[in-house]
Write a protein that binds this ligand. Structure first.
Ligand SMILES: Cc1cc2nc3c(=O)[nH]c(=O)nc-3n(C[C@H](O)[C@H](O)[C@H](O)COP(=O)(O)OP(=O)(O)OC[C@H]3O[C@@H](n4cnc5c(N)ncnc54)[C@H](O)[C@@H]3O)c2cc1C
Length: 386
């Protein structure tokens, strides 16, 4: 068991840190104020190949694992940036890599790796089916060599900035399924060919996230774009979801570290009653507590990532990492707000921005209540609430 970061991991950190230094707080603040997408940041990250990290080398990608992808996302967030504009290419990659056919991989992966195609949208959540994915109503009906899809999605992030969307739909009614997770299928939708069949409307949210309500009306998708076989969609996305939980944990760790670093610097310099506020236990201890939580969550994240990268079961570890990292980040956010006092509310310090962003990761892509339910019934064997 070696807890030391490898030279390779350290090199990734330094390289990503270097890129992110070109996108300081002011860049993110201005974009958020204008409601704009960080196009330049995404362009640079794509050109340097960081967003293709998980794509195998034979398809032109970086050929690395979730461990390294997590380090990249953590660094983006630790620098004060936000990977929300482009992380889906990593979040969703597990589904395509593990369940896509060789033909699908050959067709799409080299184009994605080269930055000519963007796979940044993932449509699962619906207005009447949030945490209970099995209740989705979007329906795909086979018609010759196509499927015809109708339905509605909500909170489909980045669809306006993506060429492809992974879409979950029902191919047989829940009433006919042996298990409620049966009968769902995943499609790789080429949005460039969808025309008016796919329309979207932006949902204004409290952090810099480009997320949309999506309306799907008689969308024709070639049958060859079905991933993992009809009716097997739930298990295909589940595989990817463990990777997603590890990656979200990494982003939360980055946010938490950013907040602690900023607060420590501020609390060391700001003098009230003749001494630095950081000397007071009311300011110092919450920061020390958050630091300890971040360190522990980071170890859990690396453990889960290592299991995932070795192809071993990691549901319990990935969920635990997501829970602990998002809680640690939220603890850091509160500790930082306390340390900054009134200045915590001033936009120019970036603390209130990260405070809002840190809260999101307790809720998405799966709320911590549902993570606790998973641990309660799947790991501890307690009775299920649903
Ligand atoms: C900014 C943003 C971006 C998003 N991007 C995407 C995206 O790209 N693609 C996508 O598909 N989705 C996306 N989502 C949706 C996100 O994944 C869901 O919001 C999340 O999974 C929670 O579902 P819900 O909002 O429907 O909450 P609900 O399922 O309605 O739950 C509401 C609350 O009740 C609690 N709850 C529900 N059931 C239980 C239970 N059995 N036990 C205990 N507590 C329970 C939950 O924990 C939650 O706190 C995004 C959301 C946001 C806010």
């Amino acid at each position: 068991m070696d807890f030391q970061p490898s030279d390779d991991h350290q090199a990734i950190r330094l390289a990503v840190r270097d890129v992110c230094a070109r996108f300081p707080g002011q860049y993110w603040r201005e974009l958020e104020a204008d409601g704009e997408y960080p196009a330049e940041f995404v362009r640079v990250m794509t050109e340097l190949g960081w967003l293709a990290t998980l794509i195998p080398e034979e398809y032109g990608g970086g050929g690395r694992g979730v461990t390294e992808a997590g380090i990249i996302l953590e660094e983006i967030h630790q620098s004060g940036g936000h990977a929300g504009a482009c992380h889906a290419q990593m979040y969703t990659m597990g589904t395509l890599l593990r369940h896509g056919t060789e033909e699908q991989k050959k067709r799409y992966l080299p184009e994605i790796a080269a930055g000519r195609l963007r796979l940044q949208a993932f449509g699962v959540t619906e207005p009447d089916a949030g945490s209970d994915t099995t209740k989705i109503m979007t329906k795909a009906v086979r018609n010759g060599d196509h499927y015809v899809i109708n339905g509605q999605k909500v909170f489909t992030s980045r669809i306006a900035y993506s060429d492809l969307m992974l879409l979950l739909a029902r191919t047989s009614p829940a009433t006919e399924a042996a298990r409620k997770t049966d009968g769902l299928s995943v499609f790789l939708v080429d949005l460039r060919e969808a025309g008016p069949s796919v329309a979207w409307r932006r949902i204004p949210v409290m952090s810099a996230h480009h997320t949309y309500q999506v309306f799907i009306d008689n969308l024709r998708v070639p049958a060859e774009n079905l991933i993992g076989g009809e009716g097997r969609g739930f298990s295909c996305i589940l595989d990817g979801m463990n990777a997603e939980r590890v990656l979200v944990a990494s982003e939360a760790l980055g946010d938490g570290r950013f907040l602690v670093e900023r607060a420590v610097a501020y609390a060391s310099n700001r003098e009230v009653f003749g001494s630095p506020i950081g000397a007071n236990q009311g300011v110092q201890f919450p920061l020390a507590q958050a630091h300890a939580q971040l360190e522990a969550a980071s170890l859990m994240r690396f453990h889960a990532a290592d299991l995932f990268d070795r192809g071993l079961p990691c549901g319990a570890e990935a969920n635990t990492a997501k829970l602990l990292a998002s809680q640690a980040s939220w603890a850091a956010a509160n500790a930082a707000m306390t340390a900054f006092g009134g200045n915590g509310f001033a936009v120019e310090f970036d603390v209130e921005r990260k405070f809002r962003e840190a809260k999101l990761l307790e809720i998405v892509p799966v709320s911590n209540n549902l993570v606790l339910s998973y641990l309660g019934h799947r790991v501890l064997g307690l009775p299920r609430s649903y």
